[in-house]
Design a protein around this ligand. Structure first.
Ligand code: C2E
Ligand code: CA
Ligand code: CA
Length: 667
């Protein structure tokens, strides 16, 4: 480093020999004044020239040194140039660097291209300034000047390394971003394998391009790097020319877009879309074994209904997290929607390993979700930034639920469930063609409990298989008793989805067919549309088997469920029960009912309108050609012993003259 001391930005120093400097320095300055090449000292901090020899002030088109030193050069300086000069200052301080660059100066607005050597020089007080020395005053070709300028000012980082990685050249942009001006090529790579790949490709094909994370002066950044083998113009030896642009913002935006497109935002699991695509590629490319596990959360609807969707979200997140922890990196966890998850195991191990994993998952899911999570949620609900203790009410809901389950189990064991029957009436003659068996719970303490209060719990817990078996048993025995007494009366029995899927139903139905005199054609099984959701072939097979045993099939609550009509013709259906919501909305819902009536006729099924409460509804249905109805207008579901009274009354009702204004309903 040159050790010439000059008073900082003191104009009294300029022009003339630097006063107050020691004689040796002044001597050297006077020598510099005699040089033919322009030489000046630039005070980076103040953007002023503090010393210039005569060729220098001529180059800058100033009358004398004093006039030049008075110029504020920051006026027309771009921020990029300012930053670059500051970087030079750091490099002078830290590395005693010397640069040679072609610069275009703009004395009085006139572009003048010169080759300048820069080095550090300390001012009085120790501040680092820049010693500038014009190397070659000869005019360069315009093309060269422009290309040199472009290289200086571009944001693209251009660096040249020797084949062993030693640094040969950096343009200002590269210098600005580099961790230090003395690094080697491998230093910029955060991931060593990326560097190895680049070098391998350079040796094999001469070039490589990649996006990689780089060490820079401002921390880790994403660089789009292009590296090419070249010859060093100075030594003629093989070298590497590296061009880099900072693509961090782009990369982050792109990654974010990818993440948003592929992931479920709540749990961070892959979404349905991604799973589907991934599954297809996996199936076509993977030669090893894959396994697909599918799971959902028991009673998830209850969590949402009773403690809110936010708690439901917490449960989903927790369970997804627990599942993820048990999986390997190469396995995929996806959320298909709601509480449905899927796990895709790549290179699945033995069936034993898979069943072990299932056990582990079940154990992990079974762990209680801590009270602290609930408290955290409550805290956030009440406006954040506060502490909340576990809310006991929340815990109480779960406890209550478990008590009801135990109570139902006890009720089943103690035969507390009974059937009421609701007549289904022929529209024209008012005759009861059949009855629907509807279960009730005769609770020793709580009195008669309606099915909506316990059927869903039985369905969720699986107790519906036992309860359904009881209902089927009572209903079938009643049908047999009527048959034996010579009474022509059908019995409809509701079958829940889970019961339909289970094994007990088929066994029980088979067993009844063996009973002598059993009127199997009088037994109709009511299933809802959601029973038909799933593997159509399997369902059709099962329905066919039931029909072949001689039982009848009805679709219950028609129009409210799974809206794929294809099953209507695929499955053997004897009866379609029009949901009561349509009947209660008459006459607005008229066109829908007409449509269902036509549909039923087309497939040869009997149409039954449910929930008929008024004479007006009855009249409308009669006029439209509906043949059977069920509803409070005729009778509410009643205990067996009251049925006969109800049969007699129904016949009277249909015989009565039509009165559009009549609103009589059976109370
Ligand atoms: P569902 O199968 O649609 O049964 C008809 C329901 O509508 C019965 O309610 C009945 O009382 C009611 N209902 C009949 N006529 C009218 C009317 O004119 N107006 C109105 N507003 N309602 C009418 P219930 O007995 O409370 O049964 C409710 C549901 O519980 C049933 O709906 C059925 O899905 C289920 N369920 C009842 N018994 C059983 C059973 O033994 N097994 C299964 N799996 N489910 C059952
Ligand atoms: Ca029903
Ligand atoms: Ca129904």
């Amino acid at each position: 480093m040159k050790n010439i001391r000059i008073e900082p930005s003191s104009t009294s120093l300029c022009p003339g020999p630097a006063t107050g400097l020691d004689t040796a320095v002044q001597d050297r300055f006077s020598l510099i004044r005699r040089l033919k090449a322009p030489v000046w000292v630039f005070d980076i901090d103040n953007s002023r020239i503090v010393f210039a020899n005569a060729p220098a002030f001529t180059l800058w088109q100033a009358n004398d040194e004093q006039e030049l030193c008075a110029r504020d050069l920051s006026q027309n300086m771009s921020p990029a140039v300012k930053r670059r000069l500051q970087q030079y200052q750091v490099d002078f301080i830290e590395y005693d660097s010397v640069f040679t660059e072609r610069w275009t100066l703009y004395p009085n607005g006139q572009p003048t291209s010169v080759m300048v050597a820069y080095s550090g020089i300390r001012l009085d007080g120790g501040r680092m300034a820049m010693f500038c020395e014009v190397l070659d005053g000869s005019e360069a070709e315009p093309e060269n000047i422009r290309s040199a300028e472009a290289l200086l000012h571009t944001d693209v980082m251009i660096t040249q390394y020797a084949m062993d990685g030693d640094l040969l050249y950096m343009n200002p942009a590269a210098r600005n971003a580099a961790v230090g001006s003395q690094h080697v090529f491998s230093d910029i790579f955060m991931d060593r394998t990326d560097y190895d790949n680049v070098m391998l490709a350079i040796r094999n094909t001469g070039e490589h391009r990649l996006v990689t994370q780089a060490h820079t002066g401002i921390g880790a950044r994403w660089y789009d790097i292009s590296a090419k083998r070249c010859l060093d113009a100075v030594t003629g030896k093989p070298a590497i020319l590296v061009t880099a642009t900072d693509v961090s913002e782009l990369k982050v935006a792109k990654d974010k877009a990818r993440y948003l497109a592929d992931r479920d935002q709540l749990t961070g699991c892959y979404n349905r879309n991604y799973v589907q695509q991934h599954f297809e590629t996996l199936m076509t490319t993977n030669t090893g074994k894959c396994a697909l596990l599918y799971f959902d959360i028991d009673k998830f609807k209850t969590i949402n209904d009773e403690i809110g969707h936010e708690m439901g979200d917490i449960v989903l997140k927790k369970l997804a997290h627990r599942a993820r922890k048990l999986l390997r990196n190469k396995d995929l966890l996806g959320r298909l929607g709601g509480d449905e998850f899927v796990i895709l195991l790549n290179d699945a191990a033995s069936p034993d390993d898979i069943s072990n994993l299932i056990d582990e998952l079940q154990r992990a899911f079974g762990e209680p979700i801590r009270n602290a999570d609930i408290a955290l949620y409550v805290s956030k609900q009440s406006g954040r930034d506060q502490a909340t203790y576990f809310n006991e009410e929340i815990g109480a809901i779960d406890k209550e639920r478990r008590l009801i389950e135990a109570d139902i189990r006890r009720g089943i064991a103690h035969n507390e469930f009974i059937l009421h029957y609701q007549p289904r009436v022929h529209l024209q003659n008012g005759q009861t063609v059949s009855v629907e068996a509807l279960v009730r719970w005769e609770h020793p303490d709580r009195g008669l409990i309606m099915p909506d209060n316990f059927i869903p719990i039985c369905e969720e817990t699986g107790m519906i298989e036992d309860l359904g078996k009881i209902v089927l048993d009572i209903g079938c025995k009643q049908a047999l008793a009527w048959a034996n007494a010579g009474i022509d009366m059908g019995v409809s029995i509701n079958i829940s989805p889970r019961q339909f899927q289970g094994t007990q139903l088929m066994d029980a139905l088979k067993a009844f067919t063996k009973t002598p005199g059993f009127p199997r054609h009088k037994i109709e099984l009511e299933i809802t549309e959601n029973v038909l959701f799933g593997d159509h072939n399997k369902i059709a097979e099962k329905l066919q088997e039931i029909v072949e045993m001689g039982y009848r099939i009805a679709i219950d609550d028609f129009g409210t469920g799974y809206s794929n009509l294809s099953y209507i013709s695929r499955f053997p259906l004897d009866c379609i029960k029009i949901d009561k919501s349509f009947v209660s909305q008459l006459p607005v819902s008229g066109p829908i009912i007409q449509l269902i009536l036509t549909l039923a006729k087309q497939v040869g099924a009997t149409a039954v309108a449910e929930g008929v409460e008024t004479r007006a509804e009855y009249d409308w249905l009669l006029a439209e050609g509906c043949t059977q109805v069920q509803g409070y207008y005729f009778s509410k579901p009643v205990p067996l012993l009251q049925l006969q009274t109800s049969f007699d009354a129904n016949a009277i009702k249909t015989a009565a003259p039509s009165a559009k204004t009549s609103n009589a309903s059976n109370a």
